[in-house]
Design a binder for this molecule. Structure first.
Ligand SMILES: Cc1cc2nc3c(=O)[nH]c(=O)nc-3n(C[C@H](O)[C@H](O)[C@H](O)COP(=O)(O)OP(=O)(O)OC[C@H]3O[C@@H](n4cnc5c(N)ncnc54)[C@H](O)[C@@H]3O)c2cc1C
Length: 280
């Protein structure tokens, strides 16, 4: 596989013939295999260059808001229709100050995840670190989540967005991942596979490592949100008129106790002090 930066190896080169099918199988599991669907976005190098040229990046600093001016270039980067360097060069010409530094910071996350995959190989599909709480996860994606019938207008909208558009805003990805792992107690790998089935930008590195970041197996602390956060960054689009009992309602400390059985250790031992590899 070719990365945005032109590097070519993603699967470790020292795998034995016996290991290879298992590693490839795990890496590719969950790819969409249903009926052909119309692409949600125009593909190809020309479409990618047109999209890049049209992107000014103005007010990118407000990217956390669902109405923020994000680029939607991820699909083109993912499939090698744009390189990370040409995107960086373009925005250096169109963006300034905090907009520019924030955009470059996000591009760097992508590159960082690619480098972790290049170094760690198939290990990115296993917990990179021990989970930060003793909560047990189940393996399967619940049917009501897959069908967008959880009864929560926000969660159902995130799934509909994923399945119908093949793209989600970063904040929707974070919220959905936190909902699935922390509220529904589902193993992050089920979410990773669900995303890989549908995301037009779905890749191994950004997808697996972002899920792990939310789950707390590749970060100092699991990511979670509350209703105020969802309401604020979605301009209340789902909360208005919502009559479902809201699982996200509450202060952060209260939700942390509810989800993890108490406050999480603010200073966990660094990763190299914890046992490496293996599942919980
Ligand atoms: C659970 C989860 C799964 C994800 N899975 C993927 C995935 O499979 N493929 C993928 O490309 N991104 C993934 N992301 C990262 C991020 O959500 C998308 O890259 C971003 O939303 C793409 O939209 P954009 O092009 O408008 O981003 P912009 O905000 O315009 O950012 C520009 C580029 O920077 C990179 N980028 C932006 N945010 C991130 C981020 N948080 N992490 C890594 N790179 C980033 C992308 O290449 C993006 O195209 C995931 C995030 C989460 C929380």
């Amino acid at each position: 596989m070719t990365t945005s930066s032109g590097a070519t190896t993603r699967i470790p080169t020292d795998l034995t013939d016996e290991q290879l099918p298992g590693v490839l199988g795990e890496a590719l599991a969950g790819l969409y295999s249903g009926e052909a669907r119309l692409p949600a976005r125009p593909g190809g190098r020309q479409a990618a260059l047109t999209a890049l040229k049209a992107y000014s990046g103005k007010d990118y600093i407000g990217r956390n808001d669902l109405r923020g001016h994000v680029s939607r270039l991820s699909m083109y980067l993912r499939h090698g229709m744009l390189s990370i360097l040409e995107v960086a060069e373009h925005v250096r010409g169109t963006m300034r100050g905090r907009d520019l530094s924030e955009f470059l910071r996000q591009l760097t996350w992508r590159e960082f995840f690619q480098l972790v995959l290049a170094q760690e190989g198939a290990r990115v599909l296993k917990n990179m670190e021990e989970p930060k709480s003793r909560v047990r996860w189940t393996d399967a994606l619940p049917d009501d989540v897959r069908a967008a019938r959880t009864g929560l207008p926000c969660a159902d909208a995130w799934v509909t967005h994923l399945v119908e558009d093949g793209w989600m805003h970063n904040h929707e990805r974070l919220w959905f991942a936190a909902y699935l792992v922390h509220w529904r107690r589902v193993d992050w790998r089920a979410g990773y596979r669900f995303f890989r089935e549908h995301l037009l930008d779905g890749d191994i590195a950004s997808n697996a490592l972002s899920w792990q970041w939310v789950a707390g197996t590749f970060s100092a602390k699991p990511y979670f949100m509350n209703k105020d956060n969802i309401e604020k960054y979605s301009a209340g689009r789902w909360c208005r008129g919502c009559t479902a009992p809201c699982p996200f309602l509450g202060e952060y400390a209260q939700i942390e106790s509810q989800l993890f059985g108490g406050p999480l250790d603010p200073n966990p031992a660094p990763p190299n002090m914890r046992p490496r590899g293996g599942r919980r």
